[in-house]
Write a protein that binds this ligand. Structure first.
Ligand code: ZN
Length: 352
């Protein structure tokens, strides 16, 4: 906790989160502290439950730990990736830019102790997003990059030199066997993104599924910035259908368990149920009366009121259970409500 009292730590984390990694580091050195200036009037939130937090980071700002056998995970308390050490070299699972060069430091640390190669030979992309793959180019041109065919298509389209497209691709499933380590890659339809895959390591009792469940925490904005809410809501059941004990969700500071996944399922189901119950009780009339020809102002007032009303009982139920339930539940509820309206046709009205 002492680190959190040092205001430079959260600021650097925020700048990294905001995609301002290098600029953030520079700003961090040049920006004066808030000394003498009026502090912003920022809201207070419920304390983070201790159970949501992971192990402390080292001086370089990362933690590396063994998941099982030769499978390790790395976190900077906000992002996570993982790697396998093998006789054929290291297999890296995602390369978040916030962890960046600490990925190789973590590998060096483990390889030094275990007496194995520290050379990354394979890099598996969970999905195409820059916040989980933006350190890919650090590992050079000769790494074998593996990913879903849609990940390749999107990375070629978006043309970010930090994320070279995978050359080794698959459609529905592919099993890799690298020095006797089985890695089962499976695509089961869109969820958080159109290309997000299930990475199952049966010999290590582990499932890696990124940006669906944040162990111990509520999802960030709009269901973890999800493109397909119905796919997102269905993903935890698909995850639980695999046999595993350890869950790598890609975010925050600790690994997950099966209980974390079922708790997340209950949270999302409660949001869904609350929207279905609340929506029919809400009357849009006052918003249209108030805003007249400004249709968008009326729509915003009405839909914000609906999502706030539907979120309220869920926030109350999960505060102290899931960290930041009071921070992001309203946003996620709005997104679930829109999916119920637009994907499932809830409350759809046909002009007579
Ligand atoms: Zn993502």
């Amino acid at each position: 906790m002492t680190a959190m009292l040092d205001h430079t730590v959260p600021r650097r984390t925020f700048l990294k989160l905001a995609g301002l990694g290098a600029a953030g580091a520079a700003l961090n050195q040049t920006m004066p502290a808030l000394n003498g200036r009026k502090a912003l009037d920022l809201p207070d939130y419920a304390p983070v439950p201790k159970s949501a937090l992971g192990p402390p980071l080292n001086a370089q700002g990362y933690y590396v730990g063994r998941v099982e056998k030769n499978l390790y995970w790395v976190t900077d308390a906000t992002y996570q990736c993982a790697f396998l050490t093998t006789k054929d070299g290291v297999v890296l699972l995602d390369a978040p830019p916030t962890i960046g060069n600490n990925i190789q430091r973590a590998i060096d640390e483990v390889a030094g102790v275990d007496g194995v190669s520290n050379k990354v030979k394979y890099l598996i992309y969970s999905h195409h997003h820059a916040d989980h793959g933006g350190a890919s180019s650090l590992f050079g041109k000769n790494v074998v990059r593996i990913g879903h065919e849609e990940t390749r298509r999107l990375l070629i389209r978006d043309n970010d030199p930090a994320r070279p497209a995978p050359e080794e691709i698959f459609q529905d499933r592919r099993t890799l066997n690298i020095d006797g380590n089985r890695i089962e890659l499976e695509w089961q339809g869109s969820n958080h993104s159109p290309d997000n895959i299930y990475i199952h390591l049966p010999d290590h009792d582990t499932l890696m599924l990124i940006d669906i469940v944040n162990a111990g925490w509520a999802p960030v904005y709009i269901c973890n910035l999800t493109e397909d809410v119905q796919g997102y809501m269905g993903a935890p059941a698909k995850a639980l259908a695999y046999p595993w004990k350890h869950f790598i969700g890609g975010h925050l500071g600790r690994l997950g368990t099966r209980d974390d996944v079922t708790l997340h399922q209950r949270y999302m189901a409660d949001i869904d149920a609350s929207v279905r119950k609340t929506l029919p009780t809400m009357d849009p009339t006052p918003y249209f009366q108030k805003y007249g020809e400004n249709a968008w102002a009326a729509v915003k007032g009405y839909l914000d009121a609906c999502s706030d009303a539907a979120a309220a009982p869920v926030i109350e139920k999960y505060t102290g259970v899931l960290a930041a339930a009071d921070v992001f539940t309203a946003s996620t509820t709005f997104w679930v409500m829109e999916s119920l309206r637009l994907d499932l046709g809830l409350g759809s009205w046909v002009h007579p």
